[in-house]
Each structure stands twice: as C-alpha cells, then as structure tokens.
Design a protein around this ligand. Structure first.
Ligand code: NCD
Length: 307
C-alpha cells in the first residue's frame, strides 16, 4: 500500500511496490486521457531550494496532467527560508495547504527531516549529493522498457560518481535485481563513496570494477549512464576546472559500443556527451526525460491513494 507514503531513499519502496508504480506508468503512457482527472481537487507543493528544470517541471506537469493543482517555489530566496525559517516549520505549514510535497534541497538528509515533520507524503527530489529517488524511478522505467527488464545488465556509470546523487540512487536500486554488474568510470578524485561500495555493492555481492577511461568500458556495457561533473558541490574550484573535461562521449567511442547498448543521462548535459551522439539511435536521454514525467504521474497517484 503506497497511500500516504514518503519516498526519500530508492529502497523505501519494495521491488513489488516499485513494480506497481511502473505498471501504472505504463497504463498512463498507453492512454493518458483515462487519468486526466484522477487528481482533481488535489494539490502538489514543489519546494525547490536548489535549481532544477526537469525534475520540478516534470513534477508540475505530472500533477497538471492528472487534473491536480500545483503551488510552491523554485528558489529559497522567494520563500520564508530567507527569513530564517527551518525546514521543519516550512513543511508543517505546507502540510496544511497541500496533499503531497516534492522537495529539493542542497543539504544531505533534508528530505528525511522534512518527512519526519510533514503530515503529508514527502517526495525527495534530490538532497545534496546524497539521493535522487525519482530520477531513479525514471531511470528504471527507461531501462525496463528499452532494455526489456531490470536484470542481467552491465551498467557503465561515468563521470562524477562522488557527488552525483542520481548514480548513488541508481546503484542502490539496480542492486536489488538479478545478475547486474557495474563498471564505475571516474577520475580517482570523483570515485564512488566508500559507503556505497561497502553497504550496497559488497554487502550484496554485486560485481563491479573501477576504471579510469571510457574506452575500457565501451565494448562491455549494455547501458552507459553519463553524468555531469557537479560543479556546485566542489569546495575547490581549481579542482573542478581540472576535472571538468574528464570524459566526453563522442561518435568515435560509440563506434566500439554494442549495437543494442543505450546511452542515458539524467541531464542537464554540460559537455560530457558530444552533440553528434544525439543522432545515434542508441542515445536515449530525451526519451528518458519523458519517462520521468509518466513515472512521476504514477508515483503521485499512488502516494495520494487515488488509484
Ligand atoms: C540531476 C540532479 O539534479 O541530480 N538532474 C536531474 O534531476 N535530472 C543531475 C544533475 O544535476 O547533474
């Protein structure tokens, strides 16, 4: 039963509960008009303390396409946070006005705190460099649809694996399905946090290898998941400048990839995928963005208990 539940970490929902969300998303994709009044009278509050394009707009369009309404803010400076209000007080107040909250905040753990004080479900739309579970729902629905299921894949994760919250959440989620293997491609300075290696990969006996170049992975992967170097999370700007061009996926590198591999990216892209790759039919990142809206429609409907 997902009614009333918050989603803070990708493992908050069981594999079966995730399946419920994906099956509903598939029904919505087939006939969206059947769902266009499902949330009428309901309100989604989007509390975004950090910049966003896709996540906020896809949440908002998801709610509008379900016939619901949206309130919220897209920068902390336009809310009472700028007057010193705490997250706890903000969500207790917003709980009086809305039926579900989607929140993005630069501090790790902020969404968890919000869920402890909220009387309505809180959906984590990104907490600092920690987790981003709805991007993971997006990624899973994309993989499930385009690669026929969530098991038996070699997944290459490339770029900023240290600060990239989408990568942390995706590893957590994909580790629950059978026979997946990860190739982690990053500069040493941006390698995956130790807690993910120990608590997720090693604890669950998930095979993985760490490499420093894309070339070492390209012919092996079924999915190549590119990420941007997360400039805003660096304390040292010189280090960012030194690492920002670490990886660029181009047609030359694509020429050694499997025929049926797919290229994913949570977006925004900076320069880690050359524009020429967009014309390759294995490039799936804009399809992925569309899956994101449908899966958020399904998630909202489920946590509100309207279906
Ligand atoms: C990601 C994020 O915010 O973590 N963007 C998104 O939600 N699609 C990835 C990123 O910002 O690099």
């Amino acid at each position: 039963m997902l009614k009333g539940r918050s989603l803070i970490d990708p493992r908050d929902f069981s594999v079966e509960e995730l399946e419920e969300v994906f099956e509903l998303a598939e029904k919505i994709i087939k006939s969206p008009e059947d769902f266009s009044k499902m949330c009428s009278g309901k309100i989604l509050a989007t509390l975004f303390y950090e910049p966003s394009t896709r996540t906020r707009l896809s949440f908002e369009s998801a709610m509008l396409r379900l016939g619901g309404n949206v309130i919220g803010f897209s920068e902390a400076s336009s809310s009472s946070v700028s007057k010193g209000e705490t997250i706890a007080d903000t969500v207790r107040t917003v709980s009086c006005y809305a039926d579900v909250i989607a929140m993005r905040h630069p501090l790790e753990g902020s969404a968890k705190i919000a869920s402890l004080y909220s009387h309505i479900p809180v959906i984590n739309a990104g907490d600092g460099g920690h987790q981003h579970p709805t991007q993971t729902l997006t990624d899973l629905l994309t993989i499930r649809t385009l690669k026929k299921g969530l098991s038996n894949h070699v997944i290459g994760l490339c770029g900023d694996l240290k600060y990239g919250r989408t990568v942390h959440s995706l590893i957590k989620a994909m580790s629950r399905y059978n026979n997946n293997k990860f190739i982690l491609i990053s500069p040493e300075e941006l390698s995956i946090p130790k807690y993910i290696k120990r608590e997720v990969l090693e604890k669950n006996n998930i095979p993985y290898e760490e490499v420093r170049t894309l070339e070492e992975a390209m012919d092996k992967v079924d999915i190549i998941y590119m990420t941007r170097i997360q400039r805003e999370r660096f304390d040292n700007k010189e280090e960012y400048e030194r690492l920002k061009n670490s990886y660029i996926l181009d047609n030359k590198k694509m020429s050694i990839a499997k025929e049926d591999a797919i290229v994913m990216h949570p977006l925004p892209r900076v320069n880690e995928i050359a524009y020429e790759v967009d014309d390759d039919n294995r490039a799936c990142y804009f399809k992925q963005a569309k899956f994101g809206m449908y899966v958020r429609m399904a998630l909202i409907a489920k946590v509100l208990g309207v279906i």
